[in-house]
Design a protein around this ligand. Structure first.
Ligand code: GLN
Length: 283
């Protein structure tokens, strides 16, 4: 059997199993077992596949057929050009969150002196690591801290910082509980799905991402209330809070922060045109 025939077999199986991105996923799994990127695949597609590679590919395809997320099979997700290890202990980094990291980077460029950044609910560490790396690349002096309540998540985040050579201080903390000091930017993609809505999510999300990374309490806004209540004590003058929010939470998140005395709040859209981010300036 050639690589091309094997790939087609995988595509057909995933399509029959109702996997929406069947062709892409089949290729990414082929790439995972072969080490070939698109270009190298084209060079080798007519060659015979060694039996052990074909077996490995079929095992991956079977897992994907049973709706195990691709990232849990390959163990990685690319985010902003960096590879992040993922396990069921952390939220799989999402594309829209890259835009949140981008916002933090652009704001950080305008801060004079050392830029202090805190990433709350860091999960895989994707935001903290990306922002730190991008600032390092631009020779912007920064200090980055990242916290999570989960030891297992912090373990993965630590590995991701190591893998990407990003210097981050990790803190085990339930929101601000163990956070000392003040920051120029507090960034967070906290859990924001209303508890009852989680049951209606795609099984690949609700059964495979950690529940605690999704669950934002009864109305989904629990963590925004905590941040609105406690962030001022951890922000420098002219500090900034950057949050990812649900597409229908913009006005309610703005209200939560305005009630806590933050006068300057803007809700921004993601590339799909949905409200997705809140930018809140220190009064
Ligand atoms: N900060 C991580 C991410 O954006 C994890 C977020 C979470 O667990 N809610 O992917």
């Amino acid at each position: 059997m050639t690589w091309r025939e094997l790939l087609n077999e995988g595509k057909t199986s995933l399509k029959a199993a109702g996997i929406s991105d069947h062709d892409t996923d089949a290729f990414l799994l082929l790439s995972y077992v072969s080490g070939y990127d698109r270009g190298r695949y084209m060079l080798h597609e007519r060659e015979h596949v060694p039996d052990d590679r074909a077996d490995a590919f079929r095992v991956c395809i079977e897992k994907r057929e049973s709706h195990i997320p691709l990232q849990h099979i390959t163990g990685v997700q690319n985010f902003y050009g960096y590879d992040f290890l993922v396990t069921p202990d952390v939220l799989i980094p999402r594309q829209e969150t890259e835009e949140l990291a981008e916002l933090a980077i652009s704001f950080a460029l305008n801060i004079s002196g050392v830029c202090n950044i805190l990433d709350l609910c860091t999960g895989s560490g994707c935001i903290a690591v990306t922002v730190k790396k991008e600032l390092d690349k631009r020779h912007i002096c920064s200090y980055a801290a990242a916290s999570d309540i989960s030891d297992k998540a912090l373990f993965i985040a630590g590995k991701n910082a190591e893998k990407n050579k990003a210097r981050i201080t990790f803190i085990k903390s339930d929101m601000f509980e163990n956070i000392d000091g003040r920051f120029d930017i507090i960034i967070s993609n906290p859990p924001y799905i209303p508890t009852d809505d989680i049951y209606g999510l795609d099984p690949e999300v609700k059964d495979c991402d950690p529940w605690e990374a999704l669950d934002g309490g009864q109305d989904g806004l629990l963590y925004y209330r905590i941040i609105a209540e406690e962030a001022k004590a951890h922000l420098n003058d002219h500090g900034l809070i950057l949050l990812e929010i649900g597409y229908d939470q913009g006005s309610r998140v703005a209200e939560i922060f305005s009630n806590k005395g933050f006068p300057d709040i803007s809700i921004r859209k993601d590339i799909s045109g949905n409200d997705r981010f809140a930018v809140i300036k220190m009064p």
